[in-house]
Design a protein around this ligand. Structure first.
Ligand SMILES: Cc1ncc(COP(=O)(O)O)c(C=O)c1O
Length: 285
């Protein structure tokens, strides 16, 4: 049985019920987070809760729960659900209302949280990606549950045998449909700067921090599509996939067609950081 949290109650997933008039269902009116758990410790919790707070603010919602309450709920789910390593999915919608676009402050948010066991990714074989126009909206810095363009883009990628669609807006790389993008050129690492065109990935920030701490030059700089296509290495990052080397782009080899030396180095640094975290006894927050 998988235990979930729904609006104040801990129930079995099969028993959780929401109204069809929930605005998450009728409008996709809500935001979410995906947070990895290692050795039953929630990874980068502070950063995920800060991003959640920011997403809520940007859609004119108050955070329905104080930080201590979020921690208490997550702690119980992570303790009671299966797997030392898990992935938490949490979603906050504007709640139930008559189907009318207009909202007000009185609406009672719906909070839903589930977890599932997380397998440690093996990215060593490399993956394929396709390049597509960024057909999403102009506020991609909000982690909104409204994901139809991303669903269609990932579907297109999967039909091409690829793992991800890397998106281009006005000639510049923004991010992947469900990841951030890094490229390597002449021994240096580049990633597009934060803007409304991309999600401020928690993994992205951590990778930049770890690279810089380890003496690898990493800059936040606009990446034209032409630079992506001529890069020595391409990586995509996300909380559950970690750092994935893209070795084939639109059917063409990236660099040597194998995961590159900078990826090897970055993956090692990231693995060590995770290991250190999961062995540490004290709280991350
Ligand atoms: C559009 C998009 N960009 C980037 C990311 C990576 O974010 P994070 O590293 O916080 O998982 C995700 C994660 O799902 C995403 O959906």
């Amino acid at each position: 049985m998988s235990l979930v949290y729904l609006n104040g109650d801990f129930v079995a997933l099969e028993e959780a019920r929401i109204s069809p008039l929930d605005r998450g269902f009728t409008f996709g009116d809500g935001v979410y987070e995906v947070i990895p758990v290692y050795n039953r410790r929630v990874f980068r919790l502070k950063e995920h809760l800060e991003r959640l707070e920011n997403s809520l603010k940007l859609i004119y919602m108050r955070n329905p729960l104080p930080v201590e309450e979020w921690k208490r709920i997550l702690d119980r789910l992570v303790t009671e659900n299966a797997g030392d390593d898990q992935s938490i999915y949490l979603q906050v919608t504007r709640g139930v209302s008559p189907r009318d676009h207009v909202f007000n402050d009185e609406m009672q948010a719906t909070v839903f949280i589930m977890t599932k066991p997380l397998e440690q990714p093996d990215n060593s074989a490399g993956s394929a990606a396709i390049v597509r126009p960024d057909i999403r909206w102009q506020w991609c810095h909000i982690k909104a549950i409204t994901l139809l363009p991303s669903v269609l883009l990932r579907h297109e990628a999967s039909l091409s045998g690829a793992r991800e669609a890397i998106l281009v807006n006005q000639g510049l790389v923004t991010e992947g449909a469900a990841s951030n993008v890094f490229i390597c050129e002449s021994g240096k690492v580049l990633t597009p700067p934060k803007s409304r065109q991309l999600l401020p990935g928690i993994t992205r920030d951590l990778v930049i921090e770890l690279l810089q701490q380890n003496g690898i030059e990493c800059s936040e700089y606009p990446v034209p599509e032409t630079q992506l296509r001529s890069a020595d290495e391409i990586w995509i990052t996300s909380s559950t996939q970690e750092i994935v080397p893209i070795t084939v782009l639109d059917g063409e080899m990236v660099g040597s067609g194998q995961p590159g030396p900078l990826w090897q180095h970055a993956a090692r640094i990231y693995r060590d950081f995770k290991q250190e975290f999961s062995q540490h006894r004290s709280s991350d927050v």
